[in-house]
Design a protein around this ligand. Sequence first.
Ligand code: FOL
Length: 219
Amino acid sequence: MPPKPPLTLVFAATPTLGIGSAGQLPWPQLKQEMGYFARVTKRVLPSPIANSRKKLNAVIMGRKTWESIPLKFRPLKGRLNVVITRDVHNEKWATLKNETEEGPIIAPSITAAVEALSEEELKKRDVECSRVFVIGGASIYKAALEMENTDRVLLTKIGKEYRCDTFFPVDFDGEEGRKKGWARKSREELEEFVGEEVKEGGLEEQGVPFEFCLYEREV
Ligand code: FOL
C-alpha cells in the first residue's frame, strides 16, 4: 500500500443527506442495498501485476459505526477492518484478537488508520490491501473529505425521507460539492469501478426507491 492510497467513501443517504438515526440506519432493512455494499466493498478487481499473497480491500470506520454492525457480521467478512477510536487502549479492543487475518485494526485517527495499512501490518496478516473504503460515520466522512487522497464517493440515494439525527457533511450535487471539484459520473463509469452491472433508473425495495451513484473529485 502506498503511503497515501486513494480513498473511496461509501454511504447511503436520504434526500436531505440523512445517514443515521439513534445509532442505526434510518430506513427499514434494504437487502439489495446492503448486498451491493457488501459485494462492492469485498470485490477485488483483477490486476495485471498479481502475486501470491491474498488480496483484500479495507474498510475504515468509526467506533460507533463498528458498534452499529450486528455482532454476527463484524468484523465485516472478507475485508480488512480498521476501527477509529481515541481510546485505543480500552480493554474491549484487546479481546478482538488484533492480529488475526480479519480481526479489526485499531487506530486513533483516520491518518493513523491509513498508515496502519502499511506493508508491515499487512505482512503480519499475510495479506495485501487493494482498495480502501471509508464507511462512516459522519465525523469520519468529514475527516476523510479533508484528505487530498479522497477521490471517489459511492453514494446510494435513498428516494424517501426518514427522521435522522446524523447527516453527511457535504452535498455533492450542490454548490459546495462542485466548488470542491466533485462531479457525478455516468452509470457506465460506476459499473466499471464497482465491477458489476447497475440497473438504469435505480431499484425499489419495500416501497423505498434507491439509486447507486458515483462521484469523483478532479485533482
Ligand atoms: N453504504 C451503503 N451504500 N449502504 C449502507 O447501508 C451503509 N452502511 C454503512 C456504511 N456505508 C453504507 C454503515 N453501516 C453492515 C451494517 C451496517 C453498516 C454497514 C454494514 C453489515 O452488517 N454489513 C454486512 C452485510 C450483511 C448482510 O448481507 O445483511 C456486510 O457483510 O457488509
